[in-house]
Design a binder for this molecule. Structure first.
Ligand code: PLP
Length: 478
């Protein structure tokens, strides 16, 4: 091939692929469609059901181009119109999501500018923004400046990072695995067991510590169990406490757990994925002792109302976490630690990664922290407001919640578990707001979790009206 042929072929291909770099006018048109769609989505939120069950049509990739309007129409019917609307304030099930608009704009900027945020040398500013978010979190939870941490895709990956550091710090490998003991409360999130399995610790001895009447881990049982295990020749090494359980929003007695772990030289991990940011409210006292944890996870995509895909992990012993994740062995020297820890990729399984620091940093810069704190305080009051309302309808409720998750059930005469299950089916069939369910002490209960920034008093009033009409349907059907 002559040079002239080569040039002509390159020019052809350049021409054919130029669609990937639209002109400014074309970009503006595309952006207008998308922002128009987003605007109408947000405008319709308050009048749209929080839950819709639906048979999916096709979202197949045909390989051929389609107009953006068609794609958005498909997106609207197949994605926006199906399942739980997690952007809706009526999402009161599981742990509700967020999606503040400023977070979406930050994602847009991050995607357009696309810095390589995993490596400090490649994108020092982007790494600095992520590290600043970690720094802010360290201050929030009174972790020392020497602690390290990074942002992850969510609580599950954060847990993986923290427990891997615990494993490596305590040298739990080979035959040690079989005598190592891990202590969890019976309300621990399943991502902990999942992480243990992934990191090769599925054969450790797992102790499920019972909870008290407020669903908090019973510290006395834990203390006794650790001593019993030590005496029988096992090697206790890890205690997982939860600051805001998924089921009931309970905060374990962190100070008491820290006393036990300190006394016995155990790694103390705190799962604050859901509850952590309530430390910004007058519930701060419940978090006393969290600063004594060896590792801590918290999910900005929950308590900071950000779009899904951002968790955080803090680890006090930077050697432990670097040992698990750094990727250039020769650099593993004390002197280099400071710089190694500046690159998020050295603290996480990810190398190339989304610049997720921006979606935390930008909203915090734009609004300051106060609106986040007040919105969380509002959620705490709203759950109490719901509990009062549902009791007026004759329901039983769980104990006073530590945070913004609670549960309720109707004391039907007859098979109460079965009838409350029927009630949940009615609630899902109605769908105006969305509740999930759980088992608490073998009782079928309906959960309410208030965490969306869009959940307002009017939402709770609508939820109560819906509970009332669904209760009537169950009663008239049975
Ligand atoms: C949500 C949650 C997790 C898991 O976090 P993901 O972000 O969903 O991966 C872990 N622990 C608790 C207490 C949670 O609420």
């Amino acid at each position: 091939m002559t040079k002239a042929d080569l040039i002509s072929q390159i020019e052809d291909l350049e021409e054919q692929s130029s669609v990937l770099e639209p002109s400014e006018g074309e970009r503006a048109a595309l952006t207008r469609h998308v922002t128009g769609f987003a605007a109408s989505f947000i405008n319709r939120l308050s009048s749209t059901n929080a839950f819709q069950s639906k048979i999916l049509q096709s979202v197949a990739i045909t390989g051929n181009p389609s107009p953006l309007t068609d794609i958005l129409e498909l997106y609207n019917s197949e994605v926006v119109g199906t399942g739980i609307n997690a952007a809706s304030g009526g999402h009161l099930g599981y742990i509700p999501g967020g999606g503040i608009y400023a977070g979406a704009l930050a994602d847009y900027l991050a995607a357009v500018t696309n810095p390589f945020a995993g490596a400090y040398f490649a994108a020092p500013g982007a790494a600095a923004i992520e590290n600043e978010v970690v720094h802010w979190l360290k201050e929030l939870f009174s972790f020392p400046e020497t602690a390290t941490g990074c942002l992850s895709s969510g609580g599950s990956i954060s847990t993986l990072i923290a427990l891997t550091a615990a494993r490596d710090k305590h040298g739990i490998k080979g035959t040690h695995v079989y005598s190592a003991v891990v202590y969890l409360s019976s309300h621990v999130h399943h991502s902990v067991q999942k992480a243990l399995r992934i990191i090769g610790l599925e054969d450790v001895v797992l102790r499920s510590i019972p909870t008290d009447t407020r669903h908090r881990m019973d510290a006395q049982v834990l203390a006794d169990q650790v001593i019993a295990d030590e005496q029988s020749g096992l090697h206790p090494f890890l205690v997982v406490g939860t600051a805001g359980t998924t089921d009931t929003g309970a905060v374990d007695p962190l100070e008491a757990l820290a006393d036990i772990t300190e006394k016995h030289g155990l790694w103390f991990h705190v799962d604050a994925a859901y509850g952590g940011f309530f430390i910004l409210t007058d519930k701060k006292h419940l978090f006393m002792g969290i600063e004594r944890a060896d590792s801590l996870i918290v999910d900005p995509h929950k308590g900071l109302f950000l779009p899904y895909g951002v968790g955080a992990v803090l680890v006090k012993d930077r050697h432990a976490v670097l040992q698990s994740h750094f990727y250039t062995a020769n650099y593993m020297q004390d002197a280099a630690d400071e710089e190694l820890a500046l690159s998020p990729a050295n603290l996480s399984p990810e190398l190339t990664r989304h610049f997720r620091g921006l979606r935390v940093w930008l909203p915090l810069q734009l609004y300051g922290t106060e609106p986040f704190a007040t919105c969380l305080a509002e959620k705490l009051l709203l759950v109490n407001y719901f509990r009062l309302g549902v009791q007026e309808l004759g329901f039983e409720v769980g104990p006073d919640p530590d945070l913004s998750v609670s549960y309720f059930y109707y004391p039907f005469s007859g098979d109460s578990n079965h009838l409350n299950r029927l009630l949940l089916e009615q609630l899902h069939a109605d769908g105006e707001v969305f509740f999930s369910s759980s088992q608490v002490d073998s009782r079928f209960v309906i959960r309410i979790a208030i965490l969306s920034f869009r959940t307002k008093r009017s939402t709770v009033d609508a939820a109560l009206a819906m509970v009332e009409r669904c209760l009537q349907r169950v009663r008239s059907n049975t």
